[in-house]
Write a protein that binds this ligand. Sequence first.
Ligand code: NDP
Length: 253
Amino acid sequence: MDLSDFSLEGKLAVVTGGNRGLGQGMAIALAKAGADIVSVQRSGESPETLALVEALGRRCYAVACDLAELQTGEDLAANIEDQFGPVDILVNNAGIQRRHPAEQFPLEEWDLVMQVQLRSVFMLCQAFGKRMLERGSGKIINIASLLSFSGGLTVPAYAAAKGGVAQLTKALANEWSSRGVNVNAIAPGYMATEMNTALIGDSVRSGQIMDRIPAKRWGSPEDMGGTAVFLASEAARYIHGQIICVDGGWMAR
Ligand code: NDP
């Protein structure tokens, strides 16, 4: 092992949802390690991430794509590679949450959560993974959740999708690990992002969560960076199909 194994110098990383939250935290960390960034989100604009990445001397591009509407990852992968070059790292991070009691959960919302959180993840793994396999190298990082391992309350679609992301990660690792492509996942714990605005604003629930976190604080986008850089780097070359919790010790309890 050489410390240069952690460098992402000259690599190109696609981060879905890189415009804010955990995606932005990981995009900045990947850029600090040397990667150029393509951030994919609905608006196609990512001014804050762009400024932060460019301040690090790396290139950053923003691409518009509504993952809920995606029918295949092929066009997106082809467009990105035609414009910016071969993609070395794919971080499937974009996500949404919908909360309703299971017996009242609207099927349209089930479909939306599944499309964004699971189906599009597979589509992008397939489209970018195919290209990585052709080149014999690549790193895919899927963002799972603690709800990949447990059911939660009032989030049946999200839990089902994130359970699927964990299993998909292992399934792809089984097929691709001998062909130069590493597929792994990160399972964040409770992170202070827009997704959790309502939860953080509920002082009772927020206090209960804080009590349960051994590290005694919510996670931040910056907390995702080290694990993302590691999994994206050659230092993780023999790691396949793992789901690494970045959760302040939640799963240790
Ligand atoms: P945010 O709500 O802060 O960010 C979500 C991101 O996803 C935004 O960049 C958003 O961009 C993008 N996005 C949402 N829907 C779409 C869509 N249809 N097409 C393209 N992009 C979309 O969430 P977090 O940063 O907290 O979450 C990031 C990931 O981490 C998600 O997969 C989430 O499930 C997971 N996670 C989060 C945890 C937490 O505690 N926060 C815990 C465990 C997992 P835009 O809206 O501009 O399109």
